[in-house]
Design a protein around this ligand. Structure first.
Ligand code: G3P
Length: 217
């Protein structure tokens, strides 16, 4: 399973990269706005900087919602770096844009996936990734993990190349359950990745080893 970090914060991206487990980065307009990135030039520069930090797929989301505008914007984003993945919303014009970029060999990530039918359409259009939003489904009392299982079954039935990129991760248990089901990628906030490290028996066991090591001189 690939690990992506879901942030536009450069410090957090560097911290995950330094850990040695990072395979890519996902961003969205809300995450970019949170970092105070404003204006086209600043947006393109920020993605360029992320590409220089991480050698892996970097999702950059279009801000427009019509086919023509998404194509223009997506082509500009794809021109930044070969690792840029154009992130496109699951709407009718978005499906057409996925097909356009797929035909051109440009990687895509179809975002805002909340049903198996949406994932199937995106895969048919040749999306590189689909991003089902686990946490946002859990937030409205719908089992997000069930959606990952449904998409896994469908993609396996027809051997789609499209990868399941589990998004809207809220906890380390989301990551573990995604790994059990067989999501291809999990994109997660840094905190949930770091929480995978934690176990009280590791801490107490290490404290004991350190104390005993001192006795050995
Ligand atoms: O990048 C898409 C997704 O991961 C957003 O997560 O926490 O805003 O639901 P969240």
């Amino acid at each position: 399973m690939k690990f992506f970090i879901d942030t536009a914060n450069l410090e957090q991206i560097k911290e995950a990269q330094d850990l040695g487990i990072l395979d890519g980065v996902t961003t969205n307009p809300s995450l970019m706005a949170k970092e105070g990135i404003n204006g086209k030039e600043a947006i393109l520069n920020h993605y360029k900087t992320i590409c220089e930090i991480v050698d892996g797929d970097i999702s950059a989301e279009v801000l427009s919602t019509t086919y023509e505008e998404m194509i223009k914007e997506g082509e500009e984003l794809a021109a930044i770096h070969p690792n840029i993945v154009v992130k496109i919303p699951m709407i009718k014009d978005g499906v057409k844009a996925l097909k356009y970029f797929s035909n051109k060999g440009i990687k895509t990530n179809c975002t805002l996936i909340f049903s198996a039918g949406q994932a199937l359409l995106a895969a048919k259009a040749g999306a590189t990734y689909v991003s089902p939003f686990l946490g946002r489904l859990d937030d409205i009392s719908v089992d997000g993990m069930n959606l990952i299982e449904e998409i896994r079954i469908i993609f396996d039935n027809y051997m789609f190349d499209t990868e399941i990129l589990a998004a809207s991760i809220r906890s380390p248990m989301h990551i573990i359950n995604c790994a059990k089901i067989g999501a291809d990628v999990v994109t997660s906030p840094l905190a949930s990745i770091l929480n995978l490290l934690k176990h009280p028996l590791t801490d107490s066991g290490l404290a004991q080893f350190v104390a005993d090591a001192k006795k050995m001189g």
